[in-house]
Design a binder for this molecule. Structure first.
Ligand code: AMP
Ligand code: GLY
Length: 423
């Protein structure tokens, strides 16, 4: 098959790396890809959201299967356009992708189909939003309705913070159109986990669970990021919890989306809060998590391409993926300054030395090749990913590899996996 992966992050490097191993994959392209993806796929200079150019490329190269990594092109309707053109693709239609594209729509779906989530209300008018905050008190959570690159959620400890959040979003427009409408919701307490299920419109197949670290600094301090590290397995998502999540959250969502006329095909990523009264949905994403995907692809023993194809073909009920028993842990190395402003173009060395450690793979998230040099061109830049019999051993190995990387402008958290290791 001729396969095209869309995207340029560590998630897409891991997907391309796993797909390239499939005997079914004859040629692998990635648009636009990055300095690491270039080692496993032919990178083509087309932006992930340039839908017309992607369609033209698929036609010119007779692409058999497109795997769409990021949410942006999904919400914009890339999967719909590919379907119209008769090109098979992994990823939901723009209608189904709205479970990530509109937090309000996702919450209304939860209400209608009785899916456990935080109590909430939606507002497109700032006085009414503030009135709701006054009536409910703090702590309280204010969320921009639309896509805001993972930054659109503000956890407010007191009412003044909540009023300020409303002003930032609805008056100062810090998230542009994404903040024109807001969701205000109850603050939930518990342990967070990342739950993934492949969905083919009708059937859902749970993958192994993972946990992510959103805050930028050790001890979960500092502003939120896209994710500074992840590991699998997640102890909280044991077999019983997985079954409960499938029955109370994933299955009703799939039935609901189908009943609404927008059946979901692709990967449904539920951000969960495991509370004292059971698992509750924090948010849905219509794509793999990043960096969770890197850990999942390394733990996957089965053919990744076959699995993604089964979602697109509607045959997930006939497939049972095999996983390595070992744990996998991934440490994100980012450019100094991230998630705020950072410089581009610093030189990275030592990746070969890091990968010389058995069980270590370095996925690239924001790199570019420039002759003999590898340059950092993003906020999150490298994902140092290691497999070992336990999370503690995988952590040790991953940091051993991090220490081989020669990149003075980079930094990482030093405590990825702490929760699992403390247990
Ligand atoms: P989101 O972008 O929706 O995943 O939210 C970012 C982070 O904010 C989540 O990973 C949680 O840590 C936190 N969060 C979001 N909603 C809530 C909530 N209702 N209660 C507690 N924490 C929340
Ligand atoms: N790591 C969380 C996310 O991809 O949204």
């Amino acid at each position: 098959m001729k396969v095209l992966v869309i995207g340029s992050g560590g998630r897409e490097h891991a997907l391309a790396w796993a797909i390239a191993k499939s005997p079914k994959c004859k040629t692998l392209y990635c648009a636009p890809g990055n300095g690491g993806i270039a080692q496993v796929a032919e990178c083509v200079d087309i932006a992930a959201d340039d839908i017309d150019a992607i369609l033209e490329f698929c036609e010119d190269e007779s692409i058999d299967f497109v795997v769409i990594g990021p949410e942006g092109p999904l919400v914009m309707g890339l999967a719909d356009r590919l379907a119209d053109a008769g090109v098979k693709a992994f990823g939901p239609s723009s209608g189904a992708a709205m479970i990530e594209g509109s937090k309000g729509m996702m919450k209304d779906l939860c209400t209608k189909y009785d899916i456990p989530t935080a109590e909430y209300a939606r507002f497109d008018e700032c006085d009414a939003a503030k009135e709701y905050i006054r009536a409910h008190g703090a702590p309280i959570v204010v969320k921009a309705d639309g896509l805001a690159a993972g930054k659109g959620v503000i956890l407010c400890r007191n009412e003044n913070e909540a009023y300020a959040a409303i002003d930032h979003m609805m008056i100062e427009d810090i998230f542009g159109d994404a903040g024109a409408e807001v969701v205000i919701e109850e603050m939930m307490d518990g342990e967070e986990a990342s739950f993934f299920a492949l969905v083919d419109g009708e059937h859902a197949l749970a993958l192994v669970g993972a946990q992510d670290h959103k805050a930028v600094f050790d001890g979960d301090e500092g502003p939120n990021t896209g994710g500074m590290g992840a590991y699998t397995p997640a102890r909280v998502l044991d077999a019983a919890m997985t079954k409960l999540v499938m029955e109370t959250i994933i299955e009703p969502t799939i039935k609901g989306l189908a009943a609404e006329g927008t059946p979901f095909q692709g990967v449904l990523f539920a951000g969960l809060m495991i509370t004292e009264s059971g698992p509750k949905l924090i948010e849905y994403n219509c794509r793999f998590g990043d960096p969770e995907c890197q850990t999942l692809m390394m733990r996957l023993k089965s053919d990744a391409l076959e699995l993604l194809l089964a979602a697109a073909d509607g045959t997930l009920d006939k497939i049972k993926p095999q996983w390595h028993k070992d744990a996998v842990l991934s440490v994100v190395m980012a450019t100094e300054g991230y998630p705020g402003a950072y410089e581009k173009g610093s030189k990275i060395n030592g990746i070969d030395a890091a990968e010389a450690i058995k069980g270590v793979t370095v996925f690239h998230a924001g790199t570019q090749r420039d002759g003999d040099h590898l340059l950092a061109v993003g906020g999150r830049v490298l994902n140092i990913t290691a497999m070992a019999p336990s999370v503690a051993e995988a952590q040790k190995k991953a940091y051993e590899a991090v220490d081989k990387i020669d990149w003075p402008e980079g930094f990482c958290r030093r405590d990825i996996g702490w929760r699992a290791i403390e247990r």
